[in-house]
Design a protein around this ligand. Sequence first.
Ligand code: UD1
Length: 464
Amino acid sequence: MDMFEIEGARPLRGTVRAGGSKNACLPLITAALLSEEPTVIQGVPNLRDIREMVGLVRHLGARVEHGEGRIEIDPSSFSTESVPYEIMRKMRASFYAMGPMIARLGRAKVSLPGGCAIGDRPVDLHLRGFHALGVRMGRSAGYVLARHEGLTGTRLSLMGTNGTSVGATCNVLMAAALARGTTIIDDAAREPEVIELCRFLNSMGARIQGEGTNRLRIEGVERLRGTRWQVSPDRIEAATLAIAGLITHGDVVLENMPREYMGATLLALENWGADLEWRGENTLRVRRTRGPKRPLQIVTEPYPGFPTDAQPQLTALLALTPGKSAVRETIYAERFMHVPELKRLGARITTPERGRIEIAGTSALEGAAVMASDLRAGAALILAALAAHGTSQVRRIYHVERGYEKLEEKLASLGAHIRRVPESGDDPGLAETAKALKETEVSATLVDGGPPVTPARTIGTPLA
Ligand code: UD1
């Protein structure tokens, strides 16, 4: 396993380009199964999650050519009716297979996704939607079983206790595209990834109206044709790169920015003190204004609100912004796994209540060994490490590789000192701590000969 070693406190400067959107691309790959004709998708990022999705549609029987930035899917031999746990546990977006399986095969046996580092992520809304279309559903040994004798258009709501759902909207949309009659989805998600799926399906011959609103109207068609598609740029990667420039007090030009879909993120950065200068339609220069950095009160919300997927990265920025900031997570109340790791770098963050953190911004962080728990938490740690003084090691970067293509190359091209090295047991802080301890008499006594300490049993002991 590799980790990133980062020597921080260097301003990033230069030009960098956002790649294709991972989250937009994932449902497009399974949506290609709705036709019997080949589909070509271009601008595909080279990421682990995309490779997993390609593996999934191959498992389902489709023939797939996957080259540099391009996927060609021939779904004519799509026939497999089950998605096993072995596939699902690697990536929960595998659940996107269910809509096309139901629509094309009439039945499906799909493993339920398990737990996730960012919290409980149920699939009840997906199942509610399929049920409304006339699918009989059951559960057995961790699998959802689905079967029907014909999908029938209906009116349904996809409102959940946490609001709208991107995944459920995409899944139900795919099934409804081939249902008999008209389906109206109320409380549909409005995320750009849903808009892209609507447009993609329409380019296959689907009849979907209302994209980008909370009500989608789908007139079912008998069959869909293949299509050719260029994936839009990744709004979360773009946000991450913008914050990389700002957190290091750099000056970065970002190309291929999905300007239309970044309103809330860019507004937050502007309120923080970023100077954003558009140079043409999709190129943005990002640097700090001369004024002070300002703390922020952020609430994550479904689109067009501030995206939960950029929350950990913004938290890293606010950790380095003097004053009191706060972040409330309304989508994943548990999505604060990056917080204890940011604290290892010197961030001052408290959790007064579930789903909310308060950040007492500091003017400097100090390099340390930290560990990524998930994709965006990993991105936040890399950002903090880029700004921190000294050397940091960010471990478990395989999480980051799920969603960022060539991140270290992109950051290095901006002047970051970032190296991929094999994970070792060495902690960069240990050598410095040992040196500091040797230099002071009192600590030397503690190290060499303090009284033996017997830990109280109640504080817990390692299990064998
Ligand atoms: C997608 C994104 C993910 C992003 C999330 C929210 C992909 C592959 N992933 O995930 O990066 O963080 O949108 O923008 O595109 N919920 C239910 N029942 C359901 C489904 C969802 O209660 O059946 C809840 C979830 O727990 C969450 C909220 O609804 O609190 C939103 O989840 P959802 O939009 O479905 O997220 P995903 O599509 O899984």
